[in-house]
Design a protein around this ligand. Structure first.
Ligand code: MTE
Ligand code: MO
Length: 320
């Protein structure tokens, strides 16, 4: 098969588009329209961010070595899945339309007292730290990212959930005027807003990280400013960007991808090289920026931290 490399970090599109394959015709048209707008993120963007003085933060020594080189920032800020701004990887320029101040986060559901907190007030309540994590997309590519943020556990402490809260449900903005990808297209619309969920035990795990920065500065818009989550042992679609609502709930949340195609994108979505996605293998991954393909590890190599979370859940579809 002929594989044409474009430049640098760009993978051949047919290798990296599976997440949108079933939307293909619509995606194709959207991609054509988006191509004219596509460009690169402007590195000067962070200058107007009021939280800029908080970066860089002290590295957490436990998460300093990801066993691979950090992926160059330019790959990470310009090669994204952020469907609110389009279905191609080149949404960085379009994502500059994301307005990140004021930015309010609602914390509600089974909590002592529902609150709404501005991002800068939230940042005052936490201590930021840097962690280098491997990131594995279900489309079988990966990167290594120096995130800055705070453990999700800290957000749980702030929220004070009641004992009957069993899951956390996260929601991204829904603003078709700002985010062109949220406008209904020729072939309909995705079931916006983007929603994802975790169990309380997963939320309390030390690895579960609320990300507000990357590469020593506020996180780029294309990567989910001003606040996203990252769970490095799960496929990337679980790590929801640009969060506006965190709800503590009794029932298992249904994510946007799960709602769209439950047979392909489940609730658990833990990385496992031996469980193929229905349409492709998960055995190996392309490391962005290196041209290398390497074997994928169970739980993306984080089993020591998270395997115990799944004891007794063997009947669940833990890896899809
Ligand atoms: N709101 C929102 N969050 C999202 C997505 C998205 O389209 N919208 N894409 C997900 C997918 S599929 C991946 S792989 C990661 C990509 O994060 P990155 O662009 O920072 O690499 O974000 C996840 N979070
Ligand atoms: Mo992904």
């Amino acid at each position: 098969m002929l594989i044409k490399r474009k430049s640098g970090w760009e993978l051949p599109e047919h290798l990296v588009t599976p997440e949108r394959l079933f939307l293909n015709r619509r995606a194709l048209l959207a991609g054509l329209a988006g191509a004219a707008l596509a460009g690169f993120a402007d590195p000067s963007r962070a200058e107007s961010d009021p939280s800029q003085g908080l970066y860089p933060a002290a590295p957490n020594p436990t998460y300093r070595d990801a066993g691979r080189a950090i992926t160059d920032e330019k790959y990470n800020t310009n090669y994204n899945n952020f469907y609110e701004f389009g279905t191609s990887k080149g949404i960085a320029a379009e994502a500059e339309k994301l307005r990140i101040r004021p930015w309010e986060i609602a914390i509600d559901g089974e909590v002592d007292k529902p609150i709404t907190i501005g991002i800068d007030d939230l940042l005052k309540k936490v201590t930021l730290e840097e962690r280098i994590y491997r990131h594995r997309c279900v489309e079988a590519w990966s990167m290594v990212v120096p995130w800055t943020g705070f453990p999700m556990r800290k957000l749980v402490e702030i929220a004070k959930p009641k004992a009957d809260a069993k899951y956390v449900r996260f929601e991204t903005f829904n603003d078709p005027e700002m985010a062109s990808g949220q406008q209904p297209g020729l072939f309909g619309s995705m079931p916006w807003p983007y929603v994802e969920g975790l169990t309380m035990a997963e939320a309390m795990n030390d690895l579960t990280f609320m990300v507000t920065g990357a590469y020593g500065k506020p996180v780029a818009k294309s990567m989910g400013a001003p606040i996203r989550i990252h769970m490095p042992w799960k496929y990337g679609f679980k790590s929801i960007k640009s969060i506006i609502k965190v709800s503590f709930v009794k029932e298992r949340p249904v994510g946007m991808w799960e709602q769209l195609q439950a047979s392909e994108y489940g609730f658990w979505a833990n990385v496992n090289p031996e469980v193929p996605h229905p349409r492709w293998s998960q055995a190996s991954e392309q490391v962005l920026g290196t041209g290398e393909r390497i074997p994928t590890q169970l739980f993306n190599g984080y089993g020591d931290y998270v395997a115990a979370l799944y004891a007794g859940l063997e009947n669940e579809k833990l890896y899809m």
